[in-house]
Design a binder for this molecule. Structure first.
Ligand code: SAJ
Length: 488
């Protein structure tokens, strides 16, 4: 039976959350977003658009200045974001600052800072720790803190909470409330995903989760799945580790097909006709701000090891690190294909200049974060090769492709940008010093490059396609050295 203090305590905390829910409903809760990057700026604009008074706290003064002028510091390709930012700044519903002291009057603070991993794949929480340490002294009693950054499972409980209590001198659920709602945005679809993709809402207490849902329901039209903080961390890191493993599987099948004379793209399309199969796309690598990182956050989940409360990490995993290795090795495999093609042309890759087509991490995106093309370029330079990078969406790589090609001995497609799919291949071949093309994204039908066996003339292209043997055919005929498959 709770004593009077506990009753008062629970009533106080409920009245604190009730008060927040009331302010949310009236849209006069003072919101703040710490970290105005891809995630933070979009969510700040979205709530400001609804009429909330939003404060953005951002480290980079130049970014603060641009935002306060209503102009985007990045993400020109984000549909609707530029207009939204201009509108909410004009209406003075969004203001950016570098000054954490401005947080003093805020009722709800979203934290959307980067949570990268270092070269040893260990989580790097400097930005998160800094945000919390700087917020602490200004945290208003009764405020709700929501972490949107992706964190290793256990981080909210074992790192964020103790740090926030220490920095603020306030007590959880009495003086402030804490939860996490990991973002599910995708560059190129920031506002669309924010509005239309379901969110996992993790509260330290169920009442906190309910209050968070009252906030997010204002902008999210999809499901809001209420749970605890640990589950929210596990879901977010798992959903991206799952995708990474799926991609690695597809890449491994591609390597099998190359060696056996198969065509992974035909294999994939037929496999996916089998119920409950969804084989992903093999490719030249896995980039971006989520997929290469989140599996490592999952692998660095935190546990309480003994009653002293000391923290340890979970025991080493097998599948998730192995999948990361497969995907991280794909740029090197593109070099294997390049070396083989260069040898056929009688040149060594060390003496070659390679045209790298695509630098963004994703097709028709201008986002180069963790780009597999960077890994390819670094490894080519280690071999002594030179490179010229082209990308139609990224300055300064967006100039004339054919002019770049004139100084190159081979070209490799790293990103399936639409302009490449519509390319005049004859013009490219004429421009290149040697007609070598490596296709890392199934951009082209190999039939365009491989003469049929009935026309013995050697093809004038030296073409390699990820997931296809050198002589694999598009017309269903088996390469001469394999018996026809058993009838199903
Ligand atoms: N890739 C493949 N094969 C595939 C899919 C992707 O090689 O079958 C490569 C891409 O080329 C890219 C990388 O993986 O280099 C990541 O691609 P992605 O499609 O996963 O795009 P991201 O990184 O923007 O992933 C985001 C993630 N969203 C969040 O973390 C909130 C991811 O969970 C989503 O599944 C993805 O968007 C999406 O497609 O919505």
């Amino acid at each position: 039976m709770p004593d009077q203090a506990e009753l008062l305590f629970s009533e106080t905390s409920l009245s604190g959350l009730d008060l927040l829910r009331q302010k949310i409903a009236q849209r006069n809760a003072r919101l703040a977003v710490i970290g105005l990057g891809y995630v933070g700026l979009a969510v700040a604009c979205e709530f400001a658009h609804l009429g909330f008074n939003v404060l953005g706290v951002e480290l980079r003064p130049e970014r603060v200045a641009k935002i306060n002028l209503g102009s985007l510091p990045f993400g020109e390709n984000e549909p609707g974001l530029a207009e939204l930012l201009a509108e909410v700044v004009f209406r003075q519903n969004l203001h950016a600052t570098v000054d954490y002291a401005a947080l003093a009057g805020c009722d709800i603070i979203l934290i959307a800072v980067e949570t990268p991993v270092d070269e040893y794949k260990c989580p790097q929480y400097q930005a998160l720790r800094s945000a919390i340490s700087n917020l602490g002294p200004h945290l208003k009693p009764g405020a709700l803190v929501i972490v949107e950054s992706t964190t290793a499972p256990g981080t909210l409980q074992h790192i964020v909470l103790p740090l926030l209590q220490k920095a603020s001198g306030l007590e959880l659920n009495r003086d402030f409330f804490l939860g996490n709602c990991p973002e599910r945005v995708m560059p190129g679809r920031l506002l669309a995903n924010l509005r239309q993709v379901s969110r996992v809402v993790g509260g330290i207490t169920p009442e906190t989760a309910e209050t968070m849902a009252a906030l997010y329901r204002q902008v999210v039209s999809a499901d809001l799945d209420l749970t605890d903080c640990l589950t929210a961390e596990l879901v977010k890191t798992t959903e991206n580790a799952y995708r990474d493993v799926q991609i690695a599987f597809a890449n491994e099948v591609a390597l099998i097909c190359e060696q056996t004379g198969g065509d992974v793209w035909k294999v994939r399309s037929l496999v996916n006709k089998s119920p409950h199969r969804q084989m992903h796309l093999p490719g030249a690598g896995v980039g971006g701000h989520c997929i290469p990182k989140d599996p490592w956050l999952l692998a660095h989940s935190l546990v309480l090891s003994d009653n002293s409360g000391a923290r340890e990490e979970i025991s080493p995993l097998k599948i998730i690190p192995a999948a990361r290795q497969v995907n991280d090795d794909m740029p090197s495999h593109m070099i294997d294909l390049l070396e083989d093609a260069c040898a056929e042309a009688g040149i060594s890759i060390q003496d070659a200049c390679i045209l790298v087509m695509g630098f963004a991490y994703l097709e028709d995106s201008d986002d180069p974060r963790n780009s597999p093309s960077q890994a390819l370029v670094d490894r080519l330079h280690d071999l002594g090769a030179e490179t010229i990078i082209h990308d139609p969406y990224i300055s300064p790589y967006h100039q004339d492709l054919f002019e770049y090609a004139q100084n190159c001995d081979a070209a490799v497609i790293m990103v399936r940008h639409r302009p490449y799919l519509e390319l005049d291949l004859g013009r490219l071949k004429s421009a290149l010093r040697r007609p070598i093309l490596i296709d890392g994204r199934n951009a082209y039908d190999p039939g365009l490059f491989i003469s049929s066996l009935s026309e013995p003339d050697p093809p004038d292209w030296i073409f390699r396609s990820l997931g296809r043997a050198k002589s694999s055919r598009q017309d269903g005929l088996l390469p001469p050295n394999l018996p026809p498959p058993d009838k199903p």
